[in-house]
Design a protein. Sequence first.
Length: 278
Amino acid sequence: MKTPQHKVQVGSISCGSDDLFLISGPCVIEDRDTMLKTAETLKKVSESLHIPVIYKSSFKKDNRSSLSYYDGPGLDEGLKLLSEIKTQFGFPLLTDIHESYQAAPAAEVCDVIQIPAYLCMQSSLIVAAAKTGAVVNIKHGQFLAPENMKHPIQKCIDAGNSNIIVTERGYTFGYNDLIVDPRSFFHLQALGFPVVFDITHCVRKYGIPSSDAKGGMREFLPVLSRAGVASGVDGVFIETHPDPSKARCDAASQLCVYDLEAFLKPLIALHNLVRGLY
């Protein structure tokens, strides 16, 4: 794959350069201890493997399948905790928004505003994110052909912001399963922006609560991640948690943060081989 036409700067990280970068953190903001333990380990992994990290977590998960499920601490409390992590560990931050009014306050704390896959065609949401001046990570909708991601990308550009990252997270075929087509990486990178592979969410099993141990297929994380990196993605998105079995969201698909370093080593080696860095 060709290097993206646009390199996107997130803090000190040049997304789309030769270095593989990582987006990682708990799916949803939980208690302070969980967030800090994850950040502490991510810092160690980043320094050990020389891989740049963008810390991510959601202040609200607005697409849970039941009102009884935990959906986060909310905007104010969530951003306060993310700000603490940024100050203490120095990570650039990513969080997602679901409504336009959330964009401006989120951008005051976070370096990257993420548009959820379900909402990638929502014009008002993209415009609100774009107008903050933050980097916008647009997740590829499960329902959209990859080449048609040109439309949400163009909306962001037309709103005055070309600092864009595009993230693949698999297609749903209506049978509660997600499929990753490697051709998607080719189509997405042809759009000219850094491409990230969200490995966590492509192993989700729809129709089963994400907090349920049967709600994902973690055993496929290694093979899918290597396929994506071999296809030339610029970054990987791996949600992590100190004890995924007790996570309040995506319990079956998050990776234990203490296993992350071993998980990343072959990905970095493969990335360097693909990019001809050996």
